[in-house]
Write a protein that binds this ligand. Structure first.
Ligand code: ZN
Length: 288
C-alpha cells in the first residue's frame, strides 16, 4: 500500500477530444458529445468526494456510452495517451498491495460496474496482479463505512498500518505468521482491514513473508542486508540492524507499508523473535 501523487492529466480536455471524434461512431460518437456534461459532473463529483465510493453518485448515462467507455479503455484511441504513464508512476511498489513491481493498472471503482470512470485518470492506479485477485471488492459493511483505500486520496497510507505477528512453538522449530495491524484502534481500522483482506492478503503477502522467514533461517544477513556477514552481534545490535533496514526500505520505496517493511516490523515486534534472529545470525556467519 502506498500514497502516491496523481499524474497531471486534463481529463475534461480528453473528453472534449473524444466527444468530437466522428470516427468513433462504433463506440462513443455521438453519445459522448450529447452526454459529456453528465460525465464531467461525475468526474468532478469523484474528486469532491475524494474517491470515496460511499459518497460518489452513479451518473445516469446511456448503455451505448457505457460500453463505448469500456471499449476506449481496452483499445485506447490515440488521444488517450496517459494510461502508460499511470502504470509507470510507482515503479518500486504496488500502491494497492505493497508488493513489488506493479505492471498494470487497477480501477478503484471497478470498471464493470462503474463505467463512467473507466478512463478517468484519478480512478486508475498502478497495480500488480492484486488487480485481478481483488476482483470487484469495493465496499464492506455500511455500518462501518469500510472500503478499499485510495492511493491518491487517503493520507492514512503515509502511516505505518501493517505489521506481521510471528509466533513459534517447540523451541523455535515451528513458526506461524500472519498479517497484523499496527494500531487496532485506528479510527479507520474498518477500511484498513477491508483493504488488507481484499487486496493485500489476497495478493499473497503472507506466503511471501513465510518465504522470507525460511530464507532468514538459512542466513539472516541474506534477508536483512544491514547485518554484517562475518561479525557476531548482540541482540541489541541485531535489533539496530533490523531497524536500520526498516528505515532504508521505508525511504527507498516511499512507503512504510511495503512487504519488506512489514516483515522487518514483525521481526522487531513479535515476542522472542529478535533473540532467535540473533542466535541464527551468530550461527551462520560467513567464515571465509
Ligand atoms: Zn499489488
Amino acid at each position: 500500500m502506498k500514497k502516491i501523487n496523481v499524474i497531471q492529466v486534463n481529463d475534461e480536455r480528453h473528453l472534449d477530444t473524444l466527444a468530437d471524434n466522428t470516427l468513433l461512431n462504433d463506440t462513443s460518437y455521438p453519445e459522448l458529445r450529447i452526454e459529456k456534461q453528465v460525465l464531467i459532473q461525475a468526474y468532478r463529483d469523484y474528486v469532491a468526494q475524494n474517491g470515496n465510493p460511499w459518497s460518489i453518485q452513479q451518473p445516469n448515462i446511456s448503455n451505448k456510452l457505457k460500453s463505448g467507455l469500456l471499449s476506449h479503455y481496452s483499445s485506447p484511441p490515440d488521444s488517450i495517451n496517459f494510461l502508460d504513464r499511470i502504470t509507470k508512476s510507482s515503479p518500486e511498489v504496488c500502491p494497492m498491495c505493497g508488493g513489488f513491481k506493479p505492471f498494470t493498472r487497477d480501477h478503484i471503482l471497478p470498471k464493470a460496474e462503474h463505467q463512467a470512470w473507466a478512463i478517468f485518470s484519478k480512478n486508475l492506479v498502478p497495480a500488480c496482479d492484486c488487480n485481478l485477485k481483488r476482483g470487484s471488492a469495493l465496499k464492506g459493511d455500511p455500518a462501518t463505512g469500510a472500503r478499499i483505500l485510495h492511493p491518491y486520496f487517503d493520507n492514512i497510507l503515509l502511516q505505518r498500518l501493517l505489521s506481521c505477528e510471528i509466533t513459534h512453538r517447540n523451541n523455535y522449530s515451528r513458526f506461524s505468521l500472519k498479517i497484523s495491524y499496527v494500531d487496532p484502534n485506528h479510527p479507520d481500522i474498518a477500511s484498513i482491514k477491508y483493504h488488507t483482506r481484499h487486496v493485500v492478503i489476497k495478493s499473497g503477502v503472507e506466503e511471501w513473508l513465510k518465504g522470507q522467514l525460511s530464507k532468514l533461517k538459512e542466513r539472516p544477513s541474506n534477508v536483512i542486508q544491514t547485518l554484517p556477514r562475518k561479525k557476531a552481534l548482540s541482540e541489541d545490535r541485531v535489533r539496530e540492524a533490523i531497524e536500520d533496514c526498516l528505515d532504508r526500505i521505508d525511504e527507498l520505496t516511499g512507503t512504510p507499508n511495503n512487504w519488506l517493511s512489514i516483515f522487518c516490523h514483525g521481526l522487531l515486534n513479535s515476542a522472542g523473535i529478535s533473540s532467535w534472529v540473533t542466535d541464527m545470525h551468530n550461527q551462520t556467519l560467513v567464515l571465509r
